[in-house]
Design a protein around this ligand. Structure first.
Ligand code: NAD
Length: 254
């Protein structure tokens, strides 16, 4: 399938996990991929692999994000797809009782303010084009509460979800589709480092997943490619849930 032939796609957090799998998928579908990451080694490696371009950028820095999208349009003439995906989930973000302001502000800045910046500086280009697709990575934790709290992360993803809905509505008649992706737990470095390599902590979560496993990054990338493509032409302001059944479950299979 070459649904993204010659489209210019920006992916933040392209160096690892969901972003990396999506860079590969977008390239396989014909897109010109701009791989954005704060880590130069990881970002460069994926850009080289997919024949794309690497741009080093801290997405929580407003000037850098403005320069990112302006630079992409200067060099490539347009920006068709923005997958605003970079995010963090640090160990010092925990129960509200022990989480400090520093962790709270850091997580909100990287996970939510970054999406505000990426949308703010991608949308004007898409308005000029009269077309564009933005996908913001939220999470299933924006929809469900967990007793194993990461309070800042959860709040940050709730912010992404609500912001995305509003932007989708505001720009719908200008040809710009803006959707939120809500993945369930995915076997990426972010999740594995956090808890998945501890069997007990993994089992506590997997009991809630009807499919009984974590997602592979490629399964999320396939959903992103759909949202980015014209196959999703009637979708905007949506929360696109790809969660192995978690949000639909009460009692899961044994
Ligand atoms: P990951 O840690 O594997 O990759 C994240 C990438 O973002 C890394 O390459 C990192 O260098 C980059 N990054 C971090 N901070 C950055 C910054 N300030 N500027 C630019 N790049 C930065 O993570 P992942 O699991 O692939 O997660 C991707 C997104 O999906 C995140 O927003 C995450 O919250 C979300 N998500 C993940 C899961 C999961 O279970 N893994 C579930 C739901 C949502």
């Amino acid at each position: 399938m070459e649904r993204l032939q010659d489209r210019v796609a920006v992916i933040t957090g392209a160096g690892s996990g969901i972003g990396l799998a999506t860079a590969r998928r977008f390239a396989a579908e014909g897109a010109k991929v701009v791989c954005v990451d704060i880590s130069a080694d990881a970002g460069k490696a994926v850009a080289d692999e997919v024949g794309g371009e690497f741009v080093a950028c801290d997405v929580s820095d407003e000037a850098s994000v403005r320069e990112l999208f302006d630079g992409v349009v200067k060099r490539h003439g347009r920006v068709d797809i923005a997958f605003n995906n970079a995010g963090i989930s640090p160990p010092d973000d925990d129960s509200i009782l022990v989480t400090g302001l520093d962790a709270w502000e850091r997580v909100l800045k990287v996970n939510t303010t970054s999406v505000f910046f990426c949308c703010k500086y991608a949308i004007p280009h898409m308005q000029r084009q009269g077309k564009g697709s933005i996908i913001n990575t939220a999470s299933f934790v924006a929809l469900l509460g967990a007793a194993t709290s990461q309070i800042a992360y959860t709040a940050s993803k709730g912010g992404v979800l609500a912001m995305t809905r509003e932007l989708g509505v505001q720009f719908a008649r200008e040809g710009i589709r803006i959707n939120a992706l809500c993945p369930g737990p995915v076997a990426t470095p972010l999740l594995m480092d956090l808890f998945a390599k501890d069997p007990e902590r993994a089992a506590r979560r997997l009991v809630h997943v009807p499919m009984g496993r974590f997602a592979e990054p490629e399964e999320i990338a396939a959903a992103v490619a759909f949202l980015a493509s014209d196959d999703a032409s009637f979708m905007t302001a949506a929360q696109f849930v790809v969660d192995g059944g978690i949000t639909g479950a009460y009692v899961t299979p044994l």
